[in-house]
Design a protein around this ligand. Structure first.
Ligand code: SAH
Length: 218
């Protein structure tokens, strides 16, 4: 039993190191992001039957028709969000199983992660408890409304695609703040919104594929 367990541990360490190498090859340059991705055990966030695939660069099913994001897209979005700085107070919309929240927790002062599906949030809570991250707060809420009680946010990251930027998220972004979100339906692209003293600047980036942002909670 003991040998078997340490076997799993070693495999996970090796495959995790390979995942980091692959992220470098794919163009991720921010060492802080790579270190955070290396520190978070992705296998604890996926179903046991899929744990051996946890470090592949692929989205995996979470149940409830949702997926845990592909490591590359998590790294890419956080790298763009950071621009080499600390993330400050961060809002994540679409916590799912909590994987990205765990990566964010290593780079942000505080993370507020919102999820609309209650049983998924329970999973996220159980997963994150194992990692003892004191700066993550999970909320069962509709992220299209943002999280007014904790606003404004220095950074906002959305893990589900909307047709347009939800206005409450624009309003809850602090001046000098930055948001990354997928926009679109069957065709989606990554969008960056920066808020300066003079207003908002939207930039369209890579094509992406995310589950849809759905209003309301269940
Ligand atoms: N961040 C997760 C990705 C989860 S997939 C990871 O680390 O892998 C996207 C999640 O967004 C799903 O769990 C889905 O339920 C959630 N979601 C969709 N619309 C939402 C909304 N309006 N508010 C909050 N969460 C939402």
């Amino acid at each position: 039993m003991k040998r078997e367990l340490s076997g799993i541990g070693l495999t996970s360490q090796r495959t995790r190191a390979r995942m980091i190498e692959r992220l470098r090859e794919q163009g991720i340059r921010d060492e802080a992001v790579l270190a955070a991705m290396a520190a978070v055990p992705r296998h604890i966030f996926v179903e046991e039957a899929l744990a051996h695939r946890a470090y592949e660069d692929t989205a995996l099913p979470l149940g409830f028709q949702q997926t845990i994001s592909q490591p590359f897209i998590v790294a890419r979005m956080i790298e763009l969000l950071r621009v080499g700085r600390e993330l400050g107070k961060t809002l994540e919309i679409g916590a799912g199983c909590g994987y990205q929240a765990a990566v964010l927790a290593r780079l942000a002062r505080e993370v507020y992660a919102v999820e609309r599906i209650a049983p998924l949030l329970d999973k996220a809570r159980a997963n994150l408890r194992q990692l003892r991250l004191p700066n993550v707060r999970l909320k069962h809420a509709d992220g299209t409304q943002g999280l007014a009680q904790a606003a404004p946010f220095d950074t906002i990251i959305v893990a589900a695609a909307a047709a347009k930027v939800p206005p409450p998220l624009m309003a809850q972004l602090a001046p000098g703040g930055r948001m990354l979100l997928p926009l679109g339906g069957t065709e989606q692209c990554l969008c960056q919104v920066e808020r300066s003293a003079r207003g908002y600047v939207e930039t369209r980036l890579d094509p992406v594929r995310f589950v849809p942002l759905v209003a309301g909670v269940e």
